[in-house]
Design a protein around this ligand. Structure first.
Ligand SMILES: [Cu+2]
Length: 181
């Protein structure tokens, strides 16, 4: 199972668990209980729930942010190529669209008008990298193209009536970077 499918499955499991707790509370609502007993039990259990919640949040944060997907924005990045991307209503201005397999590309992404979402889809239609294209600001995105094929660039943020036509393509050749060709 890939990362996206795993996260999706975990999310669905959590939604199911919360729904079950909700249904349990609804089913129990309106029934009389021993107020003193409920108070004592809740006080005993609460620190453990709180501790478990802190551990859960720490583990999930670590699991979803390592490796951290955003490169250092103010440092020089070790990329094979730098590609400039400018989002427009409603097209992408791209300085280079053909890369070699295994090459690490630094995308410098900005916008000429409104906010756009810059997202690269692999040939199997899964997102492999994304960042915001913002007017007056350049976001750096680093991605290594390990698999050859046709990658699609789509806008992820609604930016006007023709948002859906903001498509472009990257071609990643089967020749590896460093072959000298
Ligand atoms: Cu858009």
């Amino acid at each position: 199972m890939n990362v996206q499918a795993t996260i999706w499955t975990v999310t669905l499991a959590c939604i199911a668990a919360i729904s079950l707790i909700f249904l349990y509370v609804v089913a129990k609502a309106g029934k009389e209980g021993d107020a003193a007993l409920i108070g004592r039990t809740a006080n005993r259990v609460r620190p453990w729930w709180f501790g478990a919640l802190v551990v859960f949040i720490a583990v999930m944060t670590w699991a979803t942010l390592v490796p951290f997907p955003i490169p250092a924005q103010n440092a020089a990045l070790k990329a094979d190529q730098v590609v400039d991307i400018v989002g427009h209503q409603w097209y992408w201005d791209i300085s280079k669209t053909k890369f070699k397999k295994g090459s690490t590309i630094e995308f410098r992404v900005t916008s000429a008008d409104v906010n756009h979402g810059f997202a690269i889809y692999a040939p199997n239609n899964l997102i492999v990298a994304q960042t915001q294209a913002m007017p007056g600001y350049t976001n750096k995105l680093l991605h290594t193209f390990d698999e050859p094929g046709t990658y699609r660039l789509l806008c992820l943020e609604f930016c006007g009536v023709a948002h859906h036509v903001m498509e472009a393509e990257f071609e990643v050749g089967s020749t590896a970077a460093g072959d000298g060709s």
